[in-house]
Design a protein around this ligand. Structure first.
Ligand code: FDA
Length: 403
């Protein structure tokens, strides 16, 4: 049996980073992954440039950008390894990056830069990486503390003192996602908070969506909200129409808060009220209402929307004030209820996960001694914009200090 201080299952963002830090602290580290290619999710993230962190993250107020049964769970790890710490690591490796929208940081060249950084950190720590290598079974016995975990793997048995689970969520199964981490948690008596796709496009009943399906590919800035009073969440972001429903940053963000049966409320012209603009046009213009509307909204949207009612298919000067008010209200208080999501095949992350009540926020160790969970497998879900990778780095770093 090969012996290690720690075995880490999952060579994604969290596993690679944890392995490098632990190795450089002097531990004998084995990193295992069943996928043939390393860190595929990093490679495809951020449109190939990986949005690796966010400058607006405030570790003192994690509930602003993270969801989960206890959003404050991530405060300690995020405060001890911050976006500034990760930026410093990139600078040490001379990786160029830039800021886009709302504090989001991306690699200038490609996400491959980041994968190479992580592999270089692992090499500096003498980490052994077995990939592809599947784990068939994990056993525990406290007879010998140096080998309390025994792994049956494709490459033979392994014994280790600590076991770190960094197998991520269920999103994008075709590049290696599995439920291994959740099954292992249950094997050791740990609870898993209900899993659901998050940061995911939303879909609608095909017949009800038919009039909007032709808008597929159209993007525009909107205000989007769901929930009421205390549970209300709202984003001002871009919306994208698709054949089956809605996507784009606005919808991905709200999808993490949306629950089946709940309506969404959209304002398709969030910068100002449309009704006074159209009433003012009525006094001076003989154009069709759709053409006046197209001065404020994309013309494809103006055409599709006004096609819904004969009273909107006239010159603006002949349109009754009441019809103008109805049109403006429909566009600015558009209420619609998704029938579902595009599921794990399209979701950027999985909400829910290993229950944080059974993990230490300092070390990520579970109530099962020596068994740690880091990254997306934990019930911590970040907003779109680099928050999920920062959670992977911060939870991995906190864990590595404690192995
Ligand atoms: P990750 O999923 O990275 O790694 C898990 C690893 O475990 C994988 O390598 C997998 O093969 C392995 N594994 C799974 N089951 C196993 C088993 N049974 N045995 C062995 N190995 C196993 N976030 C962000 O902050 N900024 C962004 O730009 C993006 N962009 C983005 C785009 C797309 C298309 C997706 C799908 C996701 C994003 N994300 C993102 C989310 C981000 O990718 C995600 O939160 C992190 O990769 C999570 O890191 P982990 O290391 O926890 O899991």
């Amino acid at each position: 049996m090969e012996k290690f201080d720690v075995a880490i299952i999952g060579a994604g963002a969290a596993g690679l980073f944890c392995a490098g830090v632990a190795g450089q602290l002097g531990l004998r580290v084995l990193l295992l992954d069943h996928a043939p290619k390393v860190a595929e999710k990093i490679r495809i993230s951020g449109g190939g440039r990986c949005n690796f962190t966010n400058r607006e993250l405030d570790p003192r107020q994690p509930h602003k950008h993270f969801l989960g049964d206890n959003p404050n769970f991530c405060r300690s790890a995020l405060s001890r390894y911050t976006p500034a710490d990760f930026i410093e690591l990139l600078q040490r490796h001379a990786i160029p990056f830039h800021e886009k929208h709302k504090g989001q940081l991306f690699c200038d060249r490609s996400a491959q830069d980041l994968i190479e950084l992580l592999l270089a950190e692992c090499a500096a720590g003498g980490v052994q990486r077995w990939q592809p290598c599947a784990v068939q079974a994990v056993g525990y016995s406290d007879a010998d503390p140096a080998e309390r975990y025994q792994l049956q793997t494709d490459r033979g048995p392994v014994g280790c003192r600590s076991l770190v689970v960094a197998t991520g969520g269920l999103s994008i199964p075709k590049i290696g996602a599995s439920d291994f981490g959740f099954r292992l948690a249950r094997q050791f008596g740990l609870d898993v908070v209900e899993l659901r796709p998050a940061l995911v496009p939303l879909t609608f009943d095909a017949a009800a969506w038919a009039p909007f399906a032709e808008l597929s590919g159209l993007a525009l800035p909107v205000r989007i909200a769901t929930g009421e009073k205390k549970t209300k969440m709202e984003f001002l972001e871009d919306l994208l129409f698709t054949h089956r429903g809605l996507s784009g940053p606005a919808v991905l963000q709200i999808s993490s808060y949306w629950r089946p049966g709940q309506p969404l409320r959209l304002d398709l012209h969030p910068e100002s009220a449309l009704e006074p603009l159209l009433l003012e046009a009525k006094a001076r213009s003989r154009k069709l209402l759709a053409n006046e509307l197209a001065l404020h909204l994309p013309s494809r949207l103006a055409d599709t929307w006004t096609a819904q009612q004969p009273q909107w298919q006239r010159p603006v000067s002949d349109t009754p004030d009441k019809a103008i008010a109805q049109l403006a209200q429909g566009l600015q208080r558009w209420e619609l209820t998704p029938t579902g999501t595009e599921g794990y095949a399209k979701a950027e992350v999985t909400a829910g996960g290993v229950d944080t009540r059974q993990l230490s926020s300092q070390t990520m160790e579970s109530k099962q001694p020596g068994l740690h969970f880091i990254g997306e497998v934990v019930d911590v879900t970040g907003w779109l914009g680099g928050y999920n990778f920062q959670w992977a780095w911060s939870s991995a770093h906190a864990c590595a200090q404690a192995l």
